[in-house]
Write a protein that binds this ligand. Sequence first.
Ligand SMILES: [Ca+2]
Ligand SMILES: [Zn+2]
Length: 333
Amino acid sequence: MEAERTLDTGQYVDQEKIIYSERNSNPDSHNPEMLGRNWRSESVKIPDNHGRNWRVTLALLFALILIPSVSEAARKCGTVRPPPPKRARIDKDLQKFRMARTSRAVSARTPQSVNVSVYFHEINADGRSLVSDTQITNQISIMNSGFAASPFKFVLIRTDHTTNSAWFHMTPGSAAERAAKAALGIPQAKGILHLYSVSPGQGLLGWATFPWDYWKYPSDSGVVLLYSSLPGGSAAPYNLGATATHEVGHWTGLYHTFQNGCTKVSDSIDDTPAERNPASGCPSDLDSCLQKRFPGLDPVHNYMDYTDDACMNQFTAEQIQRMSDICLQYRGL
Ligand SMILES: [Ca+2]
Ligand SMILES: [Zn+2]
């Protein structure tokens, strides 16, 4: 299990790694299309009096300019992305699945026509519940607004409260996570959404499992949330409930919009413009992939970016088509 888990948090861990990813231009070195792209696009060759190549200096300066915009407070998601070969296979299988559907003339699905049962598991350290029933109800409403154009409607079936300090501080891939999910994630079914509220530390707001991993790790399936990210929580500017919408986006098969940076494959979605890095705050007119073949401004309002909750308000048509198809394929939804 651990072999497949590599945290998709490299760009946010510390300043050294930010510089590293800028200098090397590519956290995903398995993708040959990305190698060296930042060097070519962002650095200019200006020989100085000594005839020295300034590219390294300029690239470092560029990285330093970026650092202040990525603070400790930046959104951080611990969802583990698949390695490139697996990702390619998932996309190929999706293509086959779509072709089979087209031949049977299956039409697009009606928005909110499929109920998704949600079980909410509140975990705390000292017997005092950290989220109220109203917050949970509001969280489900926020998710339903975010997914309003999708086939899915989230229906809260049950809430439970558990006191367990180790589970409360679970981190992605930990023994505590496995134990908590095995004990609480019942009933276990591929189409049931288990939400867990905890305090994971590491600056994480949450993480999710992808649909295609259900068959191998059924009890792992679900979404873990920082308890204070729920609507009305204290994790401003991430306390309006968009973290759950983002993580459930992963749970239905979506990647980050900035995945793979300025590449054609990017997030496997054509109508989200390619994006070099996660955006934070709520920038306007941000355009991080300047080449002509990557038109469009960065999708900073997309739920699958890293901006503030108040900035996020959309899934694109292709994202909705992908989650609809992937959930039919792998979750029976
Ligand atoms: Ca895209
Ligand atoms: Zn994420």
